[in-house]
Design a protein around this ligand. Structure first.
Ligand code: PLP
Length: 449
C-alpha cells in the first residue's frame, strides 16, 4: 500500500478532536491511524504493515476483508439493509439455522444481539425468569462485557469503577493451576478443589437463590485459561443437581478460536445457554447472540420474553454471519486453527519458553495462547503487578513497543502476552510472528531478577 502521511494526519487530527475512546484517559492515548487491512495484516498511512497477532479484539477469526463476506454484505445492502426484528427475513433465518446447527447439544433457538455484552445481559435475564431466582455466580478471572450486568459479572479490574448497581452477583475462583487459589500441585487436584469450592459457594449462597452460573469455556482476556479435564462436566453436574442454569460465554472462545466451532466441543459439555459474538461474523458488522436450550425456550412459549433490541438480527450483520460460517466450513478454517495450534504455535511458544527466562508458562489451544511472563520462574512473581499502570507497567509496554517496531501487532493484558492471530493465519505467518516475538522477548528477559 502506498504511504499517504498527510491523509493519516487528517484522520488522526479529527480523531483526537472528536472521538472519545473506550477504556482510556483521553489525553494520554495515541491511536494509530489505519489505512487498510487484508487477511492477517493491516497497515498505517506511513507505509508500515503489521501482522495482526491480536485479531483486533480477538474477533477477526476469518481475517480482514474476506472476499466472500465483503460480497455478502454488499449483496445484502443492495437487497434489504434493515428490517425490524418482528419480521422473518432470509438472512436472519439462515444465520440462526447455521448457528443452531453448530452450537453444542440441543441448543437450537437463537436470540440475536449487537455484541457480546448484550448477549450476556439477555442470557442472565432468561436464566432469572426461567428459574424465578436472582443470584448469578461468575469467576474472578473473567471478562463478560461492559454493560450493567456483564461488567458486574466480570472479575477483572474493569469491574471496580463499575461495581455500582447490579445486585445478586457473587464471584468465585475457577481453576488455574499455574496460579492456583487452592494450593494444588496438579490438574487433578486443581479440578477437584475448584469444584469443591464452587459446591461450597453454592451451599453457602443458598442453592435455591441461584439462577445461573456463568463461565467462559476457555477464559479469554483474563488469561487464556483452559479448564482441566472434568471441570466443566463437574459444573454441569452441580447445576443439574440444584436446578441452576449453566451459561457458557463463548463470545471470545467460539467460532473456531480454539480449533473447534465451540470450545465446549473439546469437553463434550452442553450448557443451557451459550453466548456468542466476535467470530460469528468476525465483527464485520456488529453481531452477537444467545443460543437457547429447548427447556428455557419453553419458558417463553406462552409468556412473552421481556427483552429486545431495534437491531436484533440485523440483516447486514446476519448476512455477514451466513457468509462467514459458510466460508469457514468450505475453507476448513476451524481445522486450520487447530492445526496451527498443534503444529506451529504450541511447539513454537514452548520453544521460546525454553530460551527466554521471562516466560513462566505457555498455555492455550488453537489460535488462543498466552505467555504468562514472570520476573522469577521459581516464585512465579508476575513481570508486572496485578492491574499495573504507568511506570509499574513499563516492562509490558516495552515488550509491546518492541513487537510493533518489528511489524507485529501484539495483544497484552497485565503480565501476559496473548498470541491470538486469525484462524486463517498461515504456517509462514505464524512462524514469522514467533520470530519477531523471539527477538522482542529479550526486552522482557531484561527485567528478570
Ligand atoms: N464475553 C467475553 C468472553 C468477551 O471476551 C467479551 C469481549 O471481549 C465480551 C463478553 C463482551 O463482548 P462485546 O465487547 O462485544 O460486548
Amino acid at each position: 500500500p502506498a504511504a499517504d502521511p498527510a491523509a493519516g494526519q487528517a484522520v488522526k487530527a479529527a480523531d483526537r478532536a472528536h472521538v472519545f475512546h473506550s477504556w482510556s484517559a483521553q489525553a494520554l492515548i495515541d491511536p494509530l491511524a489505519v489505512a487498510g487491512a487484508e487477511g492477517s495484516y493491516f497497515w498505517d498511512y506511513e507505509g508500515n504493515r503489521y501482522l495482526d497477532f491480536s485479531s483486533q479484539l480477538v474477533n477477526t477469526n476469518i481475517g480482514h476483508q474476506h472476499p466472500k463476506v465483503v460480497a455478502a454484505i454488499q449483496e445484502q445492502a443492495g437487497k434489504l439493509c434493515t428490517l425490524a426484528p418482528g419480521f422473518a427475513v432470509e438472512a436472519r433465518s439462515e444465520a440462526a439455522r447455521l448457528v443452531a446447527q453448530r452450537t453444542p447439544g440441543d441448543l437450537d433457538k437463537i436470540f440475536f444481539t449487537n455484541g457480546g455484552a448484550e448477549a450476556v445481559e439477555n442470557a442472565v435475564r432468561m436464566a432469572r425468569l426461567h428459574t424465578g431466582r436472582q443470584k448469578v455466580l461468575s469467576t474472578y478471572r473473567s471478562y463478560h462485557g461492559a454493560t450493567g450486568h456483564a461488567i458486574a459479572l466480570t472479575g477483572d479490574p474493569r469491574r471496580w469503577p463499575n461495581d455500582t448497581g447490579a445486585t445478586g452477583i457473587v464471584h468465585f475462583w475457577g481453576p488455574h493451576l499455574y496460579r492456583s487459589a487452592f494450593h494444588a500441585e496438579n490438574e487433578g487436584q486443581e479440578c477437584e478443589r475448584a469444584l469443591a469450592h464452587l459446591e461450597q459457594t453454592v451451599a453457602f449462597e443458598g442453592p435455591g437463590t441461584i439462577a445461573a452460573i456463568i463461565l467462559e469455556t476457555v477464559v479469554g482476556t483474563a488469561g487464556i485459561l483452559v479448564p482441566p479435564p472434568g471441570y466443566l462436566a463437574g459444573v454441569r453436574e452441580i447445576c443439574d443437581r440444584y436446578g441452576i442454569v449453566f451459561i457458557l460465554d463463548e463470545v471470545m472462545a467460539g467460532f473456531g478460536r480454539t480449533g473447534e466451532w465451540f470450545a465446549a466441543d473439546h469437553w463434550g459439555v452442553v450448557p443451557d445457554l451459550l453466548t456468542f459474538a466476535k467470530g460469528v461474523n468476525s465483527g464485520y458488522v456488529p453481531l452477537g447472540g444467545v443460543a437457547i436450550s429447548p427447556r428455557i425456550a419453553a419458558t417463553f412459549a406462552e409468556r412473552p420474553f421481556p427483552g429486545g433490541l431495534t437491531y436484533s438480527g440485523h440483516p447486514l450483520a446476519c448476512a455477514s454471519a451466513v457468509a462467514t460460517i459458510n466460508a469457514m466450513a468450505e475453507e476448513g478454517i476451524v481445522e486450520n486453527a487447530k492445526l496451527i495450534g498443534e503444529s506451529v504455535l504450541g511447539p513454537g511458544l514452548r520453544e521460546l519458553a525454553e530460551r527466554h527466562p521471562s516466560v513462566g508458562e505457555v498455555r492455550g489451544l488453537g489460535v488462543f495462547w498466552a505467555l504468562d511472563l514472570v520476573r522469577d520462574r521459581v516464585t512465579r512473581e508476575p513481570l508486572v503487578p496485578y492491574n499495573a499502570s504507568g511506570a509499574a507497567n513499563a516492562p509490558m509496554a516495552e515488550l509491546a513497543t518492541a513487537c510493533k517496531k518489528r511489524g507485529l501487532w501484539p495483544f497484552t493484558n497485565m503480565n501476559r502476552f496473548h498470541v491470538v492471530p486469525p484462524c486463517t493465519v498461515t504456517v509462514e505467518e505464524a512462524k514469522a510472528g514467533l520470530a519477531v516475538l523471539d527477538e522482542a522477548l529479550t526486552v522482557a528477559d531484561a527485567h528478570v531478577n
